[in-house]
Ligand binder design. Structure first.
Ligand SMILES: *[C@@H]1O[C@H](CO)[C@@H](O)[C@H](O)[C@H]1NC(C)=O
Ligand SMILES: *[C@@H]1O[C@H](CO)[C@@H](O)[C@H](O)[C@H]1NC(C)=O
Ligand SMILES: *[C@@H]1O[C@H](CO)[C@@H](O)[C@H](O)[C@H]1NC(C)=O
Ligand SMILES: *[C@@H]1O[C@H](CO)[C@@H](O)[C@H](O)[C@H]1NC(C)=O
Ligand SMILES: *[C@@H]1O[C@H](CO)[C@@H](O)[C@H](O)[C@H]1NC(C)=O
Ligand SMILES: *[C@@H]1O[C@H](CO)[C@@H](O)[C@H](O)[C@H]1NC(C)=O
Length: 556
């Protein structure tokens, strides 16, 4: 062979190797975002309670990052709007309560949302499950906002078997395949339907055509309709007979079904050879409804409050981030993060600095934590606005370790500590079940599942320890946010037992000022009264895009 030929061949090989390496380095990750609905802080094993077995979710947590300083908004629509837009709900008009199914409103159409940003970077986006950001006109629904497919529902909740939603005296079917009413899915358990669509999307995804963004927005573990608030499968309940409280046991069965779904999704990613190049997020949308709140039985214990309160139990969320790309894993990540941060964080993970820089013009409240989480560096987020709701007269803000709580919802009647502590001893926890679960097996194949001793250490690090032993009866420095703002140091006092407002008036003043500055930037809440034209009786007993069928000059 000629010298020259040899040389060019070598060059060619080198070039190929280079391209291969570049290909590897810049490969865009698949993004699987699993959002639980109303999951309590204390209802996953990795957060310290062994009452409800969640081995699949836990295996992901122990192989990646347990997000230990992670905040969400206190209720569905605000939280989901923050996730999708990267903006605080006070900046999109979504700050007050949920979007009711008969309201003629939706997440404003001029807002670009997460799947649209990712699609610009070459992704194909799909959603399985709950939307809850508007459907009164078709243009507000997922297929018009960046998602290529949607099997799921548009409103805030539905029955897991008949898929109807009862709300404000209305009753109608709420299950869709794309824009079509999915009459044929009647009787199929929602968690299974959502899982099955997720598996279909993954198995049909052609990765050579670009990466996947899959948003799995579970119905679980939100309560269903009043006639059957906790729709569970009998066999799932039977396996949980160590839980004495029957309704708590049924709630637990909602959780375990969701845990199995996580296992199936991870397993399908592995089969489709997509797992190694995936980022998986598992997060709740808000704190758990406990002790009958919303007819449900979550636990945020020992955190204070419930869903739709601004106490830590309403806003400090159970969440994890998993990806083989993360360094210094596994660990409990101490970086302060808010749900609003996922948009820039995932955009940076998907498109690097250039993509992140482009976001600059969008005036987001979210900050990318990608580098901080990837490399365990200091979080760029210094403060978190939990919400401002002037209709209910409540607001809360954290700056550093300090948290201000001003006003409260429900006239103070959900300001205590709720839900069982669960079993917190490491001996009560079935460590073998983690390794045996579908996720655990996949993690072992990737050599990412740590030794039991390390999992024990992680779980201990994620355990919330109160300043005073038992918040339900321990002495604490009283706080009545209805009469005066309260101040807590949530790092030292995560259970919000000691109001420091009197001891630290300067800190209080600083936070009140900061709150005022943020409040000055708020837009009015966009809530609207129910529109009688939404009544499902007018639409073959379905919830539909009633606004598409009425004269435009006739509407609001
Ligand atoms: C949804 O519709 C698509 C296309 O019409 C079909 O292939 C798919 O099987 C349907 N999915 C469900 C869950 O019914
Ligand atoms: C995936 O996409 C590539 C590129 O467009 C194409 O060549 C290939 O046939 C596709 N694979 C399948 C299984 O559809
Ligand atoms: C992450 O960073 C924190 C703060 O610097 C440090 O204490 C911790 O040990 C680091 N964790 C790992 C796994 O490197
Ligand atoms: C709010 O709570 C206070 C004190 O518990 C009570 O006196 C008052 O009647 C309550 N107001 C409403 C509207 O329920
Ligand atoms: C925010 O500003 C509005 C309008 O100026 C005011 O009515 C409201 O009380 C303020 N809210 C808070 C929490 O300061
Ligand atoms: C009305 O709903 C029933 C199921 O409740 C369904 O079988 C029927 O096809 C629907 N009719 C129309 C016109 O969509």
């Amino acid at each position: 062979m000629q010298m020259k030929q040899l040389f060019t061949m070598q060059l060619h090989l080198q070039l190929q190797l280079c391209l291969l390496l570049i290909g590897y380095v810049v490969a865009q990750p698949h993004i699987i975002f699993i959002l639980a609905d109303d999951l309590g802080f204390n209802d996953v094993g990795f957060r310290g309670s062994a009452q409800i077995p969640t081995p699949n979710i836990d295996a992901l947590a122990y192989s990646g990052l347990i997000l230990n300083r992670y905040y969400v908004n206190p209720i569905c629509t605000p939280s989901r709007s923050a996730l999708m837009t990267g903006k605080y709900p006070i900046h999109t008009g979504m700050q007050h309560t949920v979007l009711y199914a008969a309201e003629p409103r939706g997440l404003p159409l001029d807002l670009k949302i997460l799947p649209q940003y990712l699609n610009d970077l070459g992704y194909t986006s799909h959603i399985a499950g709950k939307w809850h950001l508007g459907h009164w006109q078709r243009v507000y629904t997922p297929l018009y906002r960046g998602f290529s497919s949607h099997v799921g529902y548009w409103s805030g909740h539905h029955d897991y078997n008949d898929h109807t939603a009862v709300e404000h005296g209305y009753w109608g079917l709420d299950m869709r395949n794309g824009t079509e009413v999915a009459y044929d899915l009647h009787g199929q358990y929602s968690t299974d339907v959502i899982t099955q669509h997720s598996l279909n999307v993954i198995s049909k995804h052609n990765a050579t055509k670009g990466p996947l963004f899959l948003y799995v927005a579970h119905a679980a573990v939100h309560s269903g309709n009043p006639y059957n608030p906790l729709p569970v499968k009998d066999d799932a309940v039977r396996r949980l007979d160590t839980i004495q409280h029957y309704k708590r046991r049924k709630y637990a069965a909602l959780v375990t079904a969701m845990d199995e779904s996580v296992g199936k999704i991870v397993e399908q990613l592995r089969k489709s050879r997509m797992l190694e190049t995936s980022i998986i997020v598992f997060s709740t949308d808000n704190g758990g409804p406990a002790e009958g709140f919303n007819s449900n039985f979550a636990s945020n214990y020992p955190l204070r409050g419930v869903k739709n309160t601004l106490w830590e139990g309403g806003v400090r969320g159970a969440a994890l981030l998993w990806s083989p790309q993360l360094t210094k894993r596994p660990r409990t990540a101490e970086q302060t993060m808010h749900i609003v941060d996922w948009l820039p964080t995932l955009v940076e993970a998907a498109g690097g600095e250039a993509a992140l820089a482009k976001l600059g013009t969008a005036k987001l409240d979210g900050i990318s934590l990608w580098q901080a989480l990837l490399k365990n560096e200091t979080s760029p987020r210094k403060s978190v606005l939990h919400n401002i709701d002037d209709i209910w007269g409540s607001a809360a803000l954290s700056v550093g370790d300090w948290k201000l709580v001003k006003g409260t919802n429900y006239n103070g009647s959900w300001d205590g500590w709720y839900g069982p502590a669960g079993m917190r001893n490491p001996h009560d926890y079935d460590w073998q079940s983690v390794a045996k679960s579908a996720t655990g097996q996949a993690m072992q194949q990737l050599k990412m599942l740590p030794k039991t001793a390390d999992m024990i250490r992680l779980r201990e690090a994620a355990n919330v320890i109160c300043k005073d032993a038992n918040p339900k009866d321990a002495p604490h420095i009283a706080c009545n946010p209805l009469s005066e703002p309260c101040l807590f140091n949530v790092r030292e006092d995560p259970c919000e037992q000691r109001n420091q407002a009197k001891q630290h008036p300067k800190v209080l003043e600083l936070l009140l000022k900061e709150l005022q500055l943020l409040n000055a930037t708020a837009v009015p809440p966009a809530n609207k009264p129910d529109d009688p034209r939404a009544d499902p009786r007018l639409w073959n007993h379905t919830w539909t895009n009633f606004g598409d069928y009425i004269e435009t000059n006739d509407c609001i």
